[in-house]
Design a protein around this ligand. Structure first.
Ligand code: MG
Length: 469
């Protein structure tokens, strides 16, 4: 067992090592490798974007190519894979509440619509939904590609199926303060009267994430879908921002110089209670190779019979026990923070894909410990005191592993103050600056940040979206 793990650690070049790649190579590919649609890269530009020696920063360089004139920038990793495994999607839809007709905005987002209406979430009888998605792939590009092409469809389909309920909820809102009236004021749907509008949106997001992961599992029987991906989605609807997160991409609101995190990084360590409790409840998943206990130090044969510090599932503190043979097994979760690993292999505990991910040369699968269910955070834009410098920054871990939340706040502020509020490139410039800072410049034989510390070796992806539209 230990030899097998050592072999894995010696050969791993990413957070994930799996045996699935060779199994997948004989199946057809449904989505060829590409970059986000809104970048409109031709074949030549696509090739240039893949140069991991120069790592060019690719941006959404035309005004209004993204909803709300948001900015986007990305760059490929420093050579850990020959493709950029991050993906991104931006969409805007209008749902007619009377006819139930769903319309997707054209590529050039409409400038004729009053943006105050968009911010409030309605254009006459049309409900506006604005979607930003980010997918950080591992062990292959396919799960992220599939999700970038399909997840938004799951979400709008679910919302469309709830049109009647959504319409009634909107009509029952108090026009003065945009708040839902008490249930006894609008008894139209029986039990549904006690369900808030927010919880209907949250439920639609949760259902959509689960459905997307199920679709990947299903379609894998026909198509090659390598790897998995972390997922984060931000949708603007009803004057609120909903962030659904499953993985270690991150969304942070910067409002008047204050940072508000709308997601938490879901690493094996941060999800230890859920993972270890599952291992304890279903010991078959551990195959007698792993233990659900954590130890302060690695236990060796010389520790057997002696007191050791340990921590079991659901324990916050540390206890003492006499070490026995079982304590020589490998802990299910090793290390802490963003260095933590499940079965010494994967560094994210939620996301899509990874259905075939297993420990090298074994039938020990990791998927039972991974979850596709997102945590959803709601930020009310109507009650926030917003100005043109307040933004939502969504980034993959290629950004956040290198830049602290406070460093990003300073860069956002510095760049925005260089531009007039009407300049359509101001949010794009922030995104470009953030990717530049995380990547650094090539110096000697390494990418280095301005302060001389190593730059990100990972794929880096950033959306910067204004909150006042
Ligand atoms: Mg990454």
């Amino acid at each position: 067992m230990l030899r097998r793990l050592k072999s894995h650690l010696d050969t791993a070049v990413d957070k994930v090592w799996s045996t699935e790649v060779k199994d997948e190579s004989e199946k057809p590919i449904r989505y060829e490798y590409s970059r986000p649609e809104f970048l409109r890269l031709n074949a030549e530009k696509l090739k240039v974007s893949q140069d991991f020696m120069t790592r060019p920063i690719v941006t959404s360089n035309e005004p209004m190519v993204l909803p709300f004139n948001a900015g986007y920038a990305e760059c490929i990793n420093g050579g850990k894979s020959n493709m950029n495994e991050d993906q991104a999607t931006a969409k805007q839809y209008f749902l007619d509440l009377d006819t139930h007709e769903l319309t997707e905005s054209s590529e050039d987002f409409p400038t004729t619509i009053q943006m105050t209406d968009v911010a409030a979430g309605r254009i006459s009888n049309k409900l506006t939904l604005t979607y930003f998605g980010m997918f950080d792939g591992h062990a292959g590009p396919d799960a992220a590609l599939w999700s970038s092409k399909l997840l938004h469809k799951h979400i709008v389909d679910r919302l469309k199926s709830k049109t009647e309920v959504l319409k009634a909820k909107i009509l029952s809102m108090d026009p003065e303060n945009h708040k839902e009236k008490n249930s006894h004021d609008s008894e139209k749907f029986g039990p549904l009267d006690v369900v808030s509008l927010d919880s209907l949106i949250v439920g639609a997001l949760e259902e959509s994430f689960i459905a997307m992961d199920d679709q990947i599992k299903r379609e894998k029987t026909t198509y090659s879908i390598r790897g998995g991906c972390a997922v984060i989605v931000a949708i603007f609807i009803f004057g609120k921002l909903f962030v659904a997160n499953a993985g270690d991409c991150r969304a942070v609101v910067y409002n008047k110089g204050r940072a508000v995190r709308l997601s938490r990084d879901m690493t094996p360590y941060s999800e230890r209670n859920r993972i270890l409790a599952l291992g304890m409840a279903k010991p078959d998943l551990l195959h007698e190779e792993f233990t659900c206990y954590e130890y302060l130090k690695r236990i060796t044969r010389s520790d057997i019979g002696k007191p050791i510090l340990y921590r079991g599932p659901t324990m916050a503190g540390w206890g003492y026990k006499i070490a026995d043979q079982d304590d020589l097994k490998v802990p299910l979760i090793t290390c802490t923070g963003n260095k933590s690993r499940l079965m010494q292999t994967i560094g994210v505990a939620r996301g899509f894909g990874d259905h075939d991910l297993r420990l090298y040369d074994s039938n020990i699968y990791m998927k039972p410990f991974l979850s596709a269910v997102p945590e959803v955070c709601v930020y009310d834009l109507k009650t926030a005191d917003l100005d043109d410098n307040d933004v939502l920054v969504i980034g993959s871990d290629g950004l956040w592993d290198l830049l602290k939340v406070e460093e990003v706040r300073k860069s956002v502020s510095d760049v925005l103050h260089l531009y007039n509020v009407n300049n359509q490139k101001r949010y794009l410039s922030v995104a470009e600056e953030l990717v530049t800072l995380a990547r650094g410049t090539f110096s000697g034989n390494n990418w280095k940040k301005k302060n001389g510390e190593p730059g990100s070796f990972d794929d880096i992806t950033v959306f910067v979206t204004p909150l006042k539209h």
